[in-house]
Design a protein around this ligand. Structure first.
Ligand code: PLP
Length: 376
């Protein structure tokens, strides 16, 4: 039998002093202080993946701890409760809700359902590149229209023209957009919905919506309530700080949900369900508070960039694109050597660096490293 003591001996460490594989502390079930090798070590600042280091709300952690021992089941019987909680939170009916292993699963199912070799996914560039790559890998046609300064908003008229040309397909709009952090205005989204050609679905990815100023951008879920051909996704990964629990959802008309359903797995992580339901209970206070904190840290960073005459794209999200005026791959590698991980390149913006807004302390580390690399 492998006891905690023999386990530690196997690792070559005697006694209860703890085991060091790396730097991340894991409090194991047996209360052993086991440090396991983790790619995300606390000595490095991780500003690369638009995560939220505020982490899960305490109630969500409590819900996960309470339910950890129940993970032997799929819990199909409790998924309806999750759909009802999401529906109540978004003022739609449970039949208009589809939840997934992160919002990624819902996005992938929409690509599966609404695009093909002859039904393109029509979008702007650069946007959430993983989705574009996925569509291509699935053999789907993709049409990309460049985003342009100074607004970097989705060119809604061109999107509609392309959809008319194709005669069908799916328009993918990310609002706020990843990687630019820019928004597509309330008026433009309204125009897009009113001018959607027949047989075209508008897919709005709102992974970062909760970070945006509600006076500047609004959710397209209102069009789901109006029974338009619109699918909207949200996630527990970003504002709720739970990227690792893998829970997200989509809202759409029931016929669109039926079309996506065959492309979905029929189960999501149970701890994601429990954590998500706990987090939703706190939505009315947690979301505005986190939005405010993110906006404050982002504004401080922008002021510092202004003082240092560094250009950036104004952002409504928990990340920002900064012009480093040289090949971003070299710049990122140098930042990594300075202990700060930053975003991947987003061609064709080859001199732009995407940086996640972390804690105030994280951003202090970022500024130190940035100055050193920028002035080298
Ligand atoms: C725009 C956008 N949509 C969707 C996702 C996927 O998020 P998740 O699957 O964790 O919900 C991400 C992740 O970074 C993203 O940036």
């Amino acid at each position: 039998m492998v006891t905690r003591r023999s386990f530690m001996r196997q690792l070559g460490v005697a006694g209860a002093a703890g085991v060091y594989f790396g730097e991340t502390l894991i409090a194991g079930a047996a209360q052993a202080d086991v440090r396991v090798k983790s790619p995300k070590t606390p000595s490095r600042v991780w500003l690369d993946a638009n995560e939220n280091s505020a982490g899960p709300p305490a109630s969500a952690i409590e819900a996960m701890v309470q339910n950890a021992s129940h993970t032997w089941r799929y819990h199909f019987d409790e998924f309806g409760e999750f759909a009802r909680a999401i529906a109540a939170s978004e003022q739609v009916s449970p039949a208009q809700v589809l939840f997934g292993v992160g919002s990624s699963e819902v996005i992938a199912s929409a690509i599966g359902a609404f695009t093909s070799e002859s039904k393109p996914m029509i979008t702007a560039s650069p946007t959430y590149d993983i989705i574009v790559q996925l569509a291509r890998a699935m053999g789907k046609a993709v049409v990309e229209i460049p985003l342009t300064p100074p607004q970097w908003s989705y060119p809604v008229k061109q999107l509609v023209e392309e959809a008319k040309k194709a005669g069908r397909g799916m328009i993918y709009l990310c609002n706020p957009n990843n990687p630019t952090g820019s928004i597509t205005s309330v008026e433009d989204v309204r125009w897009l919905v009113s001018n959607l050609p027949a047989d075209t679905v508008l897919f709005v990815d709102e992974a970062y919506l909760e970070f945006a100023d509600p006076a500047k951008v609004e959710s397209a879920i209102k069009y789901v309530r109006e029974d338009k051909s619109v699918v909207v996704t949200r996630t527990f990964s970003k504002i709720y700080g739970m990227a690792g629990v893998r829970a997200g959802f989509g809202c759409a008309r029931p016929d669109l949900i039926s079309a996506m359903n065959p492309f979905m797995d029929n189960v999501i992580p149970y701890l994601g369900v429990r954590a998500g339901m706990a987090a939703l209970q706190e939505k009315s206070t947690l979301v505005p508070e986190r939005r405010k904190n993110n906006a404050r840290t982002r504004t401080e960073l922008c002021q510092w960039l202004d003082q240092n005459k560094v250009r950036y794209i104004p952002s409504q999200a928990n990340f920002i694109m900064i012009d480093v005026k040289r090949d971003v791959r070299e710049f990122s590698a140098a930042m990594f050597r300075e202990g700060v991980a930053v975003g991947r390149p987003f061609p064709p913006l080859n001199t732009m660096l995407r940086v996640t807004i972390g804690s105030a302390a994280d951003m202090q580390r970022f500024r130190q490293a940035f100055l050193k690399v920028y002035s080298a």
